[in-house]
Design a protein around this ligand. Sequence first.
Ligand code: ADP
Ligand code: MG
Length: 616
Amino acid sequence: MADIIQLLPDHVANQIAAGEVVQRPASVVKELLENAIDADATSIKLIIKDAGKTLVQVIDNGKGMSTTDARLSFERHATSKIRTAEDLFKLHTKGFRGEALASIAAIAHVELKTKQEHDDVGNTIEIEGSIVVSQEVVVTPKGTSVSVKNLFFNIPARRNFLKSDTVELRHVIDEFHRVALAHPNISFALYNNGSETFNLPISNFRQRIVNIFGSKTNEKLVPVDEDTEVLKISGFVGKPEFAKKTRGEQYFFVNNRFIKSAYLNHAVSSAFEGLLKNGTHPSYFLKLEVDPQTIDINIHPTKTEIKFDDEHTLYALLRSAVKHSLGQFNIAPVLDFDRDPNLDTPYHYKNNNANIPKIEVDRSFNPFQEEHNSRARAVAYKKEPTPSWDSLYVGMESKGNTNQIDFSEVHFESERQTASMFENENELEQTHTTYQIHNKYIVSTIKSGMLVIDQHRAHQRILYEDFLKNMTIKEATSQQLLFPLELYFSKQDIEIIKQLKDDLEHTGFVFSNVTKESVEVKGVPVGVPESEVSIILEQLISDVENEVPDSNFSATDLLAKSMAKSLAIKTGQSLQKDEQEHLVNKLFACKEPNVSPTNRTTFITMSVDELDKKFI
Ligand code: ADP
Ligand code: MG
């Protein structure tokens, strides 16, 4: 076949926004997968070792390259995909800059093997840091295989900057998902450290989603279909009841290219208005097709953001298409009468039964009994603690009935411990004079003035130290569930759970079975309500994925932080007096009461002097 690659003239090259192509193994994965798709492959294999740090290999059955093209493909601005600057405006391929292979070859050991259909033999080229080490004739199947080994071998600083394997693998898998979702008509497989992680046969879009995210996904999907002159929308949104706490499964594809768009995301979210529980995000897998002339994908170097000519119209169309689907499938009210929204039942009350008010009489009440006793009784008659209040006791030893807490004892103990927190022995003189303001802060008096505590952050600190302790001494108390809980996750989420399993077990979780797409939980840390388990694990997975840059990755620490975040009493939650006191006392029994696990201030003090000054 004829040679098809040409060097771009400089002026064209300069019109193409420069961008650093390779930031991490996932960038290599993206470029190589896209090249395979541009080569019309119908089957693509991705092989990864050590999260791509040691090896990223992509094998395709596409059209291959001629001998000259194989050599030329590593030159900067060498592309077969555009010839003139005008071509940029009618792109139908993923690549067009002709930079990827050149950039990758500059910072890794690359081996290319390629053969075109009608050639008897193919070519293999080895390049190390832009230097061609060998070029030979080779027997190889039709298509192309590119191996990228030892990424950043010649830039140690970049190599050291890479994150843990867990994080890098997550990026690789994200990239793989994006490409695989956009092309259900191509079969994909992913092998990670020698084992097959994904095997996705050619299928329709719905099956592809299910093959990636697990069989339970199928029942959660609502189809969206809208065909207008300017825009064709197809795909699925997740039913509102399956909305997640974390923004996990949100995908837009524009002309089969994954893109991020806060604006379009807003359009979809607003279509869900009134259907989602607070703080949850809808899932969506939406494909938009527009005329390539009306978009500019060149606006962002890594090409996940694009600019539309007519964003407003797209917004309106997308919003109404999603609304329509939710309505059609009886998920949203179909008829939108002009009614008073105040009369609508809030979502979270929808399935609640009405409670019959109870009258409680304290039959043992004796007005002549001592103050001390009546106090103890008041606690004993306290209503069931709220679930998250329960979690204040996570890690505490259970003495018989866990719901019945002897506050007088806790109170006594913490007074002793808090003493050292303040210069004066009795600084925290009357912990029981606490007030809660705006269901957010707890105010207490101290000798020198007053103390204001952020309840959510303080509780995070308490739980965090408890969890850390339990994980370190490996002696957490676990509470057996009556019926094991089966929770479904996507494959890559399961991988994360597997990695953290030991640590999770040291906090009190007991896993009876971990399969490819589900985990069975048999026991949970004492005080963790069953209903919170999936939220905790989901939060944990998302925290691992979004591990804050520069922080030293320690699974134990991350786990303790994440669980503390999930279980801590929230802002907005009203606390009873005893609960407030206990929180204050527990906080000052902590090693580092001043800051939350994420280093935010937990309390402030204001001295009488400072108060006095305000009244001058
Ligand atoms: P771009 O994709 O932007 O053109 P690349 O550096 O990624 O630039 O690739 C350079 C050229 O090498 C491509 O234009 C294409 O002609 C050829 N090429 C790269 N990968 C493959 C492949 N897997 N199969 C066939 N040709 C390929
Ligand atoms: Mg390319």
